[in-house]
Design a protein around this ligand. Structure first.
Ligand SMILES: *Cc1c(COP(=O)(O)O)cnc(C)c1O
Ligand code: SF4
Length: 337
């Protein structure tokens, strides 16, 4: 029952092409979804600093004519983004204080996060990185030299986490160059990639990506980001297969989002669908309190009740851990329920 990813991939357009074809104009997305632009709820925010961006394949998983579709709500620049809400600031997770040379964030023991790029294939409206001053901190400059020096110079580091933005926005040449160099740092054991691209742009998982990933000596973990079961359509399921065959451990993190996945039925279906795709749920995050995202927040008490419902309905390995990120802590903060 192993599908043949090769056959389907050869006919698929290359990922750069799919990226270029993404919806960038709100009016075009509404037209594609057969939504009435005159609806007051659909008046878009200006969002100049973080404009609409939605790959066509992802938009095709949305329900036509439904302004409350949970995939649509994740990407639509709603006018509620303009609201100033106390407690929702610019650097909610305190990363700016922890930046080391070369775009490396060393907050947690044994692991460093490398800010590879600010670019993403999709713009998620709740994103905690929407205000991040990437241009000052990108690691990919200068053939990764500063990042590699920082990592090579600290032998307490066992695991390198490629983050961003979305690291898979970079070319395979650039990523291959980085991973080959990481292979040569003897104290490293694991390579982790935090990416939403296999979900929003499954074309991205191609032979060239599998080339640099497959040849690395490091143990490989990919942490995907899906929030709703309908994001994992058959194209996504097919794209994930060759990663599993290449020995990559697949995990998923989600963000708990109001009106999108804040009900037990949706979260149960998400875990079941992830499992079908060979992905285990890892974290479910409480929203980082970033300016312009308050309308997505789910109260902590409601989140705890949801987790209790999941525990009652799912095997333990399909229940993600509920966490919050707090500035100054040495790990994610688990929320007990
Ligand atoms: C989330 C995060 C990590 C990884 O934490 P895990 O609990 O190992 O998933 C590492 N560094 C930073 C800065 C993070 O925000
Ligand atoms: S893909 Fe990830 S980093 Fe990029 S906008 Fe979405 S949540 Fe943010």
């Amino acid at each position: 029952m192993i599908p043949s990813p090769l056959a389907t991939r050869q006919q698929a357009p290359c990922w750069q092409h799919a990226l270029r074809e993404a919806f960038l104009r709100p009016a075009e997305l509404l037209d594609f979804l057969e939504l009435d632009p005159a609806l007051p709820a659909l008046a878009p925010a200006l969002a100049r600093d973080f404009p609409l961006r939605v790959p066509r394949g992802y938009a095709s998983r949305m329900r036509k004519g439904d302004p409350l579709d949970p995939l649509f709500l994740q990407v639509w620049p709603a006018s509620a983004e303009a609201a100033e809400v106390a407690g929702f600031g610019l650097d909610a997770v305190g990363d700016l204080q922890r930046l080391r040379d070369g775009g490396v964030v060393h907050k947690y023991d044994g692991r460093v996060l490398v800010m590879t790029t600010g670019a993403c294939a999709i713009h998620c409206r709740y994103c905690f990185r929407r205000h991040f001053p990437y241009s000052d901190h990108l690691a990919a400059r200068d053939h990764w030299r500063a990042a590699l020096d920082t990592i090579a110079g600290d032998d307490s580091i066992r695991e390198v986490i490629l983050s961003g933005g979305d690291p898979l926005s970079l070319s395979d040449d650039k990523l291959g160059e980085l991973v080959d160099a990481l292979d040569g740092i003897p104290h490293l054991r694991r390579l982790r990639i935090h990416t939403r691209q296999p979900i929003v742009l499954p074309e991205r998982i191609d032979e060239r990506l599998l080339g640099w990933l497959g040849r690395s000596r490091l143990q490989k973990i990919m942490v995907l980001h899906a929030n709703h079961p309908r994001e994992l359509d058959d194209d996504v399921a097919r794209a994930l297969q060759p990663l599993r065959h290449a020995g990559v451990t697949l995990l998923n993190q989600s963000v708990l989002l109001r009106r999108i996945n804040d009900d037990a039925g949706t979260l149960v279906a998400l875990s079941e669908r992830l499992c079908e795709c060979g992905v285990l749920p890892y974290y479910v995050h409480l929203l980082d309190r970033v300016r312009g995202t308050a309308h997505f927040e789910v109260e902590e008490a409601a989140a705890r009740a949801l987790m209790e419902a999941l525990l009652a309905r799912l095997p333990g390995y399909l229940v993600p851990r509920l966490v919050r990120e707090e500035p100054g802590r040495t790990s994610k903060t688990p929320i007990a329920w």
